[in-house]
Design a protein around this ligand. Structure first.
Ligand code: ARG
Length: 587
């Protein structure tokens, strides 16, 4: 709309003054008549050598005489020209817009983007924190793909380091085949907790951990088999849980991959050409890292970096998390030459990534502007029912089960005669989508407290609210029985081309979709999409309450309103596809 008005104004200025000029984006005055636009005439002052107020009056006079089709009224306020668009012109512009590929992004980029997400470890079941990164990042992935980027979603899963050696020792001591069969990851977690508390009592276990590390490093077959089975269990369980929230990782490249090139590859990703040792050697050669007297290797940052020093390689030759992430950056750069790498890891790892990005760019592997740690904050529950104690985590599965349970109760309150299988089906979709949406509407830069009442309400910004309106809009279209296209509307036959404020405010939001998406992309901010969908739904509801659609007597006007409703549904559908949330047609 703005664009159309801008083009019109540009033509008017050309006719009036015979100059070609690129106009800046028009202002939208924040008052209620939102179809007004304001244009500051300063920009023409220099070229025309006139006072802006004078220019404003001249343009206004010209519009009054010549452009009555487009503008309902025009007024001058100092250097500003205030334009009120004629609703007939508004409808014409709308129909033109509705005939275009309005959901498509026109300027597509074909760059590669790596999104690092999931943020999990082999031995640990997914927990409530996994409502954050996998959800946010699957949206970021969808969004980047919408803009044409080729996205590689890779999760850098923790399977290496002391935790893993402990796990193997624990397994050899305590494993229980029955438990392993029932729920492998749960059992691994139990083993891990057990051995950690043993180690607090018994120092000699440290030797066992070291020995295991050595043996696994040397490729001892039974240990490699164990590694394979642990990683296999974790992936299987992770995939099942993530599928409940509609998230599917592309690759899971393990931390260990960057250390031991001979461990089997579990999926189809490019081979490694070097390992963490060679990375560390390269950094020493480039004078970025230094070898200490005790044989450990570390980095001391210059003052201006304002970062504490760090260790890349311990004195026994093993590597930690930082080295694995550095090797990972080099690997991603080598294989995918990404335009950006975006990390979705929680805020506690901020320092880790600052150090990592500094070293990688210093080493010349990638420019630091291409690396973003877009962190998320913490999640907790409002009712303390599932509180955390040491080694107690709120498992993702439990959280999702509880969401389904709550949804079930809500449905039963409304429909006590519902069939059992429908109840099961509905409680899954309502429960899971409600918390997913409830989470995604929050900015990732604040702590999130899970409040079931807030997520499950039909009143305010929630999935049920939007879903309900979506279903209602579907019923309107069912009555029409076929989809309309802009060509079905003949404006010359429309008896009255005025529009209500509710219609204008509702439809104007369609034009804002792309700008909102660009902002969401740039800021890695899925909540903007969720809020857009909510605002659009609110405006749809006011529109629907203010005017009649099906019962409108003027056929052209009725068709126009039906088209509004149709487009509302496409926008909601597109937004929810990006959010990774389904919109069933019935509720
Ligand atoms: N597995 C790691 C952890 O739990 C998180 C991995 C995040 N990604 C990364 N490239 N460091 O701490």
């Amino acid at each position: 709309m703005k664009q159309q008005i801008q083009n019109r104004l540009q033509k008017i200025i050309k006719n009036l003054y015979n100059i070609e000029i690129e106009l800046p984006t028009l202002d939208t005055p924040p008052k209620k008549d939102m179809w007004d636009f304001a244009f500051g005439c300063f920009i023409l002052a220099k070229e025309l050598r006139k006072w802006p107020p004078q220019i404003a009056s001249e343009i206004a006079a010209y519009i009054k005489d010549n452009a009555t089709e487009e503008f309902e009224s025009v007024s001058v306020a100092g250097p500003y020209l205030n334009l009120k668009v004629n609703t007939k012109f508004f409808i014409e512009s709308f129909l033109e817009f509705a005939s275009s590929d309005y959901l498509e992004i026109s300027e597509k980029k074909s760059w590669n983007v790596v999104v690092d997400y999931i943020w999990a470890n082999v031995w640990k079941p997914l927990h409530i924190g996994h409502m954050c990164t996998p959800n946010i990042w699957s949206v970021i992935i969808n969004l980047n793909r919408k803009f044409g980027y080729n996205v590689i979603g890779d999760s850098h899963i923790g399977d290496w380091g002391i935790i893993f050696w402990k796990l193997i020792v624990a397994y050899q001591k305590y494993w229980d085949p029955k438990k392993l069969e029932d729920n492998a990851v749960e059992h691994l977690f139990e083993l891990y907790v057990q051995i950690s508390s043993d180690a607090e009592q018994d120092d000699s276990l440290e030797d066992d951990f070291r020995k295991t590390f050595k043996e696994l490093s040397d490729g001892k077959t039974d240990l490699v088999e164990l590694w394979k089975s642990f990683t296999g269990y974790s992936i299987a369980s992770m995939n099942t849980q993530l599928s409940r929230i509609n998230v599917k990782p592309d690759y899971n490249i393990w931390e260990s991959f960057y250390e031991w090139i001979w461990l089997p590859k579990l999926e189809d990703y490019p081979d490694l050409k070097w390992n963490m040792h060679s990375i560390v050697d390269e950094l020493i050669e480039k004078w970025i890292a230094t070898k200490n007297e005790d044989n450990s290797v570390g980095v001391v940052f210059p003052d201006e970096a304002k970062l504490p020093s760090c260790i890349l390689q311990k004195r026994n030759g093993t590597h930690g998390y930082l080295a694995s992430d550095l090797a990972c950056i080099k690997y991603r750069q080598d294989n995918w030459n990404p335009e950006k790498i975006i990390y979705s890891v929680d805020v506690r790892q901020q320092l880790h990534f600052q150090q990592c990005f500094w070293i990688a760019s210093q080493a010349g592997w990638i420019e630091s502007e291409k690396l973003t740690h877009a962190y998320s904050w913490f999640i907790s529950l409002k009712d303390g029912a599932m509180s955390t104690r040491k080694w107690k985590i709120i498992k993702l599965d439990k959280l999702l089960d509880e969401a389904e349970e709550k949804a079930k109760n809500i449905i039963l309150e409304k429909r006590d005669d519902i069939q059992w299988d429908e109840l099961a089906h509905l409680s899954t979709i309502i429960g899971i989508w409600a918390i997913k949406y409830g989470y995604l509407k929050k900015t990732r830069e604040s702590d999130v407290i899970f409040d079931w009442d807030e997520f499950m309400t039909f009143e305010w910004n929630s999935w049920p609210y939007i879903q309900y309106a979506y279903v209602r809009s579907g019923r309107i279209l069912d009555k029409i029985g076929k989809l309309l296209s802009p060509q079905d509307i003949d404006i010359s036959q429309m008896q009255d081309t005025s529009l209500t404020i509710e219609e204008l405010e509702f439809v104007k939001l369609f034009w804002e979709y792309h700008d909102m998406l660009s902002e969401a992309l740039e800021k890695n901010a899925p909540h903007l999409i969720a809020w857009y969908a909510y605002n659009l739904t609110k405006k749809f509801s006011s529109f629907y309450n203010a005017v009649s659609v099906i019962n409108e007597e003027d056929t052209e006007k009725r068709n126009l309103r039906v088209l509004f409703v149709q487009m509302f549904r496409w926008y909601i559908k597109d937004s929810f596809d990006l959010l990774g949330i389904d919109l069933p047609d019935k509720m």
